[in-house]
Design a protein around this ligand. Structure first.
Ligand code: HEC
Length: 486
């Protein structure tokens, strides 16, 4: 307690000193020098706007932000519509970049940063400071600065080696599962080939630590809409294969990193099947899907079934947890989502956990009318917590992977509340036709409504309670105070 008290005092003191520094630099702003060759955009003054208090150049600051946060997608041959490589290109897109960055539409991280948990393994969003740098660079006329100081772009990896999790684990995948090749015929018809592959190379039980899914070749990307993959795995006694979803892929959705103490079992004799949605182009294209798998060295403490599905729809009430199907009397196996024309509608589902759970990932799935989705919980002792609010951006299917020590720990008896807001009016820019009644369905113009979250269930309450105590102990430890020279 004493410790904590003095830490808070220290932090206040550091804050005061930093605050004073900011004020001082703010005061200097009015005399900021404009470098040679800097042409301001018309009507924009130098000191206007956030961070407009120093000259920002491409060479000094902006190039590095683009390199680290954008070029992964915005370079020749990657997924974004245009390359932002080099000063000239960045300069020509400056005002569009400003708009997308300031509104936090780019990089794609469709999550409300103002509420809920904010610590994720795959957070690609910019810091406020980075946004300020870009905004003031554009407001200052997007100057180049010293050409000799522009940082060199890295050597981008070849497609073969470009697995994202290679950096996380410091090694290429332990196993790559490739679908058979399928020729997407240029006939104008969307194609959904049933493909599968037997995991012959798997000779003993292994536990997956992480799994990444991607189009297997650059050509595949041109025809790739989205894909699911499933595993058909023999039971413990070698028979009764069980089919379970393994991983999905879509824009922004690349895979899963399970918690360090958790794995997903893969038994020899398993078969992986792929459900791909492929969209033809003007010529025939060979399409292949790949799964990169990193294994635990040995059996981890806990097992995960992967993601569970939680439907958000009014009258089905209880979500679609495994073993808790929706009420067939009301809706069969499909939720009865109905969105009237020109209306904003909120749907909600609740579910009471009958086992303790730890949530390691969260994503939403909706189509064009959804605006946002919120996951909240009420703990058995009555405490309430807003876990996260997703701002739905229909192209992006980001799976938010919580840091190990930020994963929600939910005791048995916790009420999980999922809420989704749909805007079927003309105010929703994604809405193709606000005069339509919209129902649940798989076409893009229909709507869907569910959360999927990655979960570890605890059969033994003692395991769960130990994790809760460990978390409490870790959060009691004093936060490190930045070395401040005080
Ligand atoms: C994960 C990949 C990815 C990252 C990272 C990314 N983008 Fe994008 N960006 C895209 C894709 C794909 C599109 C087109 C679809 C869309 O707008 O959602 C896009 C669209 C844009 C657009 C709008 C283009 C248009 O014509 O409307 C701008 C501007 C932009 N990005 C800038 C940036 C900047 C600046 C960064 C880094 C700060 C960045 N993006 C990071 C993938 C990415």
């Amino acid at each position: 307690m004493t410790n904590e008290g003095s830490n808070i005092l220290l932090r206040v003191a550091v804050g005061l000193v930093l605050g004073a520094g900011c004020m001082a630099s703010g005061a200097r702003a009015s005399s900021a020098q404009v470098g040679p060759g800097v042409v301001p955009l018309p009507g924009v003054s130098w000191t206007e706007g956030s961070g407009g208090d120093r000259t920002v150049t491409y060479a000094d600051g902006v190039a590095e932000i683009l390199l680290e946060n954008c070029l992964n997608c915005h370079r020749e041959g990657s997924i974004a519509p245009m390359s932002l490589e080099g000063y000239e290109r960045a300069r020509s897109y400056a005002s569009l970049i400003r708009a997308k960055v300031e509104s936090r539409q780019m990089p794609p991280w469709p999550l409300d940063k103002g509420v809920g948990i904010q610590r994720f393994k795959n957070d690609i969003s910019l810091t406020d400071e980075e946004i300020e740098t870009i905004v003031s660079w554009v407001d200052q006329g997007a100057p180049l600065g010293d050409p000799a100081a522009v940082p060199e772009p890295p050597a981008w990896p070849d497609w073969e080696d470009a697995w994202k999790y290679t950096d996380v684990f410091d090694r290429s995948p332990d196993m790559v599962i490739r679908s058979p090749a399928y020729t997407v015929v240029a006939n104008g018809m969307d194609q959904y080939p049933p493909l599968e592959v037997a995991l012959d190379e798997l000779v003993e039980e292994r536990w997956i630590r992480a799994i990444e899914i991607r189009p297997g070749t650059p050509e595949t990307r041109a025809v790739f809409h989205h894909a699911n993959s499933y595993v058909l795995m023999p039971g413990e006694d070698g028979d009764n294969p069980d089919r379970a979803e393994l991983a999905a892929s879509a824009m922004g959705l690349e895979g899963y990193i399970y918690p360090e103490d958790t794995g997903r079992l893969l038994r020899p004799g398993s078969t992986v099947s792929f459900g791909m949605h492929l969209v033809p182009t003007v010529r025939d294209v060979e399409a292949v899907l790949e799964l990169g798998v990193w294994f635990h060295e040995s059996r981890p403490e806990f097992e995960t079934p992967g993601e569970v599905h939680f439907r958000i729809s009014q009258t089905t009430g209880f979500g679609g947890f495994p073993g808790h199907s929706t009420d067939p009397q009301i809706s069969g196996s499909w939720p009865d989502l109905i969105l009237p024309p020109n209306r904003v509608v909120t749907y909600r589902s609740t579910y009471v956990l009958d086992k303790p759970a730890r949530i390691y990932s969260l994503r939403g799935h909706f189509h064009l009318r959804a605006k946002s989705a919120v996951l909240e919980v009420v703990y058995p002792d009555g405490r309430y917590e807003l876990i996260n609010k997703l701002d739905w951006a229909h192209r992006w299917h980001v799976s938010f992977l919580y840091e190990d020590d930020a994963m929600p720990l939910l005791p048995r008896g916790t009420t999980v509340i999922a809420t989704a807001v749909f805007d079927n009016t003309a105010d929703n820019p994604s809405n193709p036709d606000p005069d339509q009644w919209v129902m649940w369905g798989s076409r893009t113009v229909d709507e869907m409504s569910h959360f999927r979250y990655g979960v570890t269930w605890f059969d033994d309450e003692a395991d769960f309670e130990r994790l809760v105590r460990e978390r409490e102990r870790a959060s009691d430890e004093p936060e490190p105070v930045a070395a401040s020279g005080l």
